[in-house]
Design a protein around this ligand. Structure first.
Ligand code: SF4
Length: 436
């Protein structure tokens, strides 16, 4: 019922086709391929008209009219416009939000590792009055980011040590992470890759580096799964993204390509029909979407996810457990139930990585276990994510479960169910073990 209300709240007529919005796209491109300058690349592009399969919600419409009175809904739906106009400075943010002293100081100095950028669309979702509101804490910096505590590290997962060529992280035998850009449309305050993202030098958007990375994949026949990440791969133009996908698709031993992205959440306007029809050519293509809180499940985001699912792209969510943002059972239950309704399978719940200045966002491990215990058995199994700790030092993802297996007694496995009741399973084929 809640989602139905979300989908029906727009009253303004969209484009000429019911439910579609026409947008003139000027194809401004931020990222040179390296073989040609931005100017020559742009000169080759013709303006196109895209049809978007969704409309703006009343919330974002009111926000646009208030803070961008001269901007048409067509420009609002242009993802390039959204990226170009990402909010990066304190004066612009202060026009939209009543900043706390803490936020203002952090914005003015921006001395933490992470840059600041918030798309106008995502800014429309932020509570203008409450600095403790969940989405606001995800993207607006606070001075606590300058506080470094023990155990924190710039590269806590030791990814750099598993990088045989720039842009490739090869930790598990049969799959690699391919960092194709260091740019995101909106920066999360807890990003694991705070050490590399949002730098001015466009470190990873470099044709030679992409070539070297693809050569590495071609030369390692045990790699059957490539996860495109960054930064956010969906900030690349369709042309560049397709170049990478086509090259990977041509490698016989690559069975699966995945894209890790937050774009459907912070920039749903990017999920254009043109992008979707391009992606459809590269099946099996899966997508992991970084979703933090139920407040992100807007009509625009929901429609973007449904469009991707309709294109046959299996969608999973990746959620970082964050203190005071999503670290209670009822908030997480609302999120996973909302995800199932928009055809996104809750996939991973991550313990927040100990990057520098993250202690105000991290929770004890017991919190994650409590949430899993509060979901497992109390809701659909598909709605329960796997809770993992990415082991500092490069140990990889380690799943954590509440203690459902209590021990063994006279050949029986002693089990605790979701209500805390104890049961025995005759584990006849196992070696006899005593309770421990
Ligand atoms: S979208 Fe991902 S890569 Fe970008 S800032 Fe957020 S966590 Fe980092």
């Amino acid at each position: 019922m809640e989602n139905e209300a979300l989908f029906n709240e727009d009253a303004e007529p969209p484009g000429t086709v019911p439910g579609l919005v026409k947008v003139k796209n000027n194809l401004t491109d931020f990222f040179s391929l390296g073989l040609e300058t931005n100017q020559t690349y742009l000169a080759k592009q013709k303006p196109q008209r895209y049809l978007f399969p969704f409309k703006d919600s009343s919330r974002s419409r009111i926000f646009r009219k208030r803070h961008y009175p001269d901007i048409s809904r067509f420009e609002w739906f242009d993802w390039h416009w959204q990226m170009r106009n990402a909010i990066r400075d304190v004066s612009r943010l202060e026009q939209m939000l009543k900043l706390s002293d803490n936020e203002r100081q952090a914005m003015m100095h921006q001395s933490g590792a992470l840059p600041v950028a918030i798309t106008p669309y995502y800014a429309s979702l932020l509570d203008p009055h409450d600095p403790s509101a969940p989405l606001r804490r995800c993207v607006v910096p606070v001075v606590d980011e300058c506080l470094h505590t023990s155990g924190e590290a710039e590269d806590p997962l030791c990814e750099d040590a598993d990088s045989p060529v720039p842009g490739i992280i090869h930790r598990y035998p049969d799959r690699v992470l391919f960092l194709v850009t260091d740019i995101c449309s909106t920066y999360c305050r807890y990003c694991t890759r705070s050490r590399i993202i949002g730098r001015d030098d466009q470190h990873f958007v470099d044709m030679e580096k992409w070539e070297a990375a693809i050569n590495y994949i071609e030369n390692n026949s045990n790699i059957r799964d490539v996860l495109l990440s960054g930064g956010d791969p969906l900030t690349l133009s369709d042309e560049k993204l397709e170049w990478i996908l086509a090259r990977l698709k041509n490698i016989p031993h690559v069975e699966l390509i995945r894209i890790g992205t937050k774009v459907p959440v912070v920039l749903p306007q990017r999920i254009t029909p043109a992008l979707i029809s391009m992606l459809k050519k590269y099946h099996p293509l899966w997508m992991s979407i970084h979703i933090t809180h139920v407040d992100e499940l807007t009509p625009e985001m929901s429609a973007a996810c449904i469009s991707l699912a309709d294109a046959g792209i299996p969608l999973g969510s990746q959620t970082v457990l964050l203190s005071g943002i999503n670290d209670d059972v009822s908030t997480m239950a609302r999120l996973v139930h909302g995800l199932i309704q928009i055809r996104v399978r809750p996939y991973y719940l991550y313990q927040c990585d100990p990057i520098p200045g993250s202690s105000h966002l991290r929770t004890p491990i017991s919190k994650g276990l409590e949430i899993i215990q509060g979901l497992r058995g109390h809701t659909t199994g598909y709605a329960v994510p796997t809770y993992v700790v990415d082991a500092p030092g490069g140990g990889g993802k380690i799943p954590l479960l509440p203690e459902y297996a209590v021990g063994w007694d006279k050949g029986d496995l002693i089990l605790r169910n979701y209500e805390g009741n104890i049961f025995r399973y005759p584990d006849n084929h196992a070696e006899s073990k005593d309770i421990h």
